[in-house]
Design a protein around this ligand. Structure first.
Ligand code: NAD
Length: 368
């Protein structure tokens, strides 16, 4: 395989701490699998503003354009300079800009709850089966968040009217459906497509297109579910799901609901995928959580979300599911060994040992 060019943007808060561990794990995996990785680090977020006066410095954006994938930490520090205009704040000026710049239309959020961390899940143990393992695939650039018209009008009688428009084209549904079916092929080959076909025109089209694309993936079993039922089923019987496919707003809501099942943001990676060129798919890979200013700089952050984000990069951007699986396996082994950062630690578990960011990262790298 050709050289894999990775832009590593650690960002703010716990970003640099967890990124250091993820890069160590990646470099270890590269040695084991004989990969030619070219990792270049660059500032983003407040770190970008401090270094170059912009949340996404021009040099950082150029680096991303010259890379095959972005491994992103997180950006934003709520207590830094409230006077800065919101369009220049890191969350908007860096992250949203990158999503737009690279047309990242598919958001993948896996939720895994190993049996050993059952205590971290808000559901009763009998609802967790043998541990939870599902993947939410969310369409990221269409639907109600972007559809036009989008406006608030003054009706003149002290009343206003706000309009948002839910719009999807066949092509937009087709491309996200392909991502979902292909993701299901890498997993247990079951896809649940979410819609509101009983009420919305969008839902009818969504269901038709997903069903048609599904014929190209005869090895994946497809079912359809209304979004309100899906919200309920995630709480009642989450083990029935493998890959869950949603349009933008339904996915925003259901992915957070599903994330709550894992108990800690520190365990949750994510991927945002764009276009495929040759054997590589451009993507931005980042933890689901933010900069966690409350624990930053104290060796308390859980590096697993960042490490699993790098595993997703190997699987989804570079087509190296074997490397991704090796990193995921190493995370599982560290958990089986009883290592726990504070967010997943329970004093009731006699086999658990509380460790810091660095020790957890080093144990995972060793397990690779
Ligand atoms: P947060 O996700 O940073 O923190 C919420 C809680 O989860 C905190 O108690 C934190 O300690 C904990 N947490 C998060 N990640 C953890 C980890 N790896 N290990 C252990 N505990 C972890 O959310 P917040 O406090 O609402 O936001 C802080 C800043 O992060 C804000 O400026 C926000 O805008 C930004 N943010 C950025 C992103 C991103 O860059 N993608 C995402 C969400 C929030």
């Amino acid at each position: 395989m050709s050289q894999l060019k990775i832009a590593a943007l650690a960002g703010d808060g716990i970003g640099p701490e967890v990124m250091r561990e993820a890069l160590n794990v990646l470099r270890t995996a590269a040695r084991k699998f004989n990969l030619d990785l070219a990792i270049t680090e660059a500032p983003v977020g407040w770190a970008g503003i401090d270094a170059a006066g912009q949340a996404l410095p021009d040099a950082t954006l150029s680096l991303c354009r010259a890379s095959d994938a972005i491994l992103f930490g997180s950006v934003g520090l709520p207590d830094r300079d409230p006077t800065i205009p919101k369009e220049q704040r890191p969350e908007r000026a860096a992250l949203l800009r990158l999503r737009k710049e690279f047309s990242l239309f598919a958001n993948l959020r896996p939720v895994q709850l190993p049996k050993a961390l059952a205590h971290a899940c808000p559901l009763r143990p009998e609802r967790q089966g043998n541990g939870l393992d599902l993947l939410v695939v969310r369409e990221l650039t269409g639907g109600m968040y972007f559809g036009q018209p989008k406006k608030t009008e003054d009706l003149g009688n002290g009343q206003q009217r706000a309009t948002d428009t839910m719009v999807y084209t066949t092509a937009e549904i087709e491309r996200i459906a392909h991502v979902a079916f292909q993701s299901a092929r890498l997993r247990r080959k079951k896809l649940t497509s979410i819609d509101k076909a009983n009420v919305l025109e969008n839902g009818i089209l969504w269901r038709e297109v997903v069903t048609r694309i599904g014929k190209q993936y005869a090895d994946v079993s497809l079912e359809h579910m209304f979004v309100d039922n899906a919200a309920m089923q995630l709480m009642l019987r989450p083990t029935q799901f493998d890959v869950v496919l949603c349009e933008n707003m339904f996915g925003d809501i259901l992915s957070d609901e599903a994330a709550a099942l894992a108990g800690s943001l520190g365990m949750l990676p994510s991927a945002s995928l764009g276009n495929t060129t040759g054997d590589k798919t451009f993507g931005l890979f980042e933890p689901a959580g933010g900069t966690a200013p409350d624990i930053a700089g104290k060796d308390l952050a859980n590096p697993i979300a960042q490490i699993l984000s790098s595993a997703m990069m190997m699987t989804y951007s570079f087509g190296r599911a074997d490397v991704g699986a090796a990193i995921e396996g190493a995370v599982q082994r560290a958990i089986q060994q009883g290592l726990r950062t504070g967010d997943i630690y329970s004093a009731e578990d006699a086999s658990a040992r509380r460790v810091g960011t660095k020790e957890m990262g080093a144990a995972i790298a060793a397990a690779v």
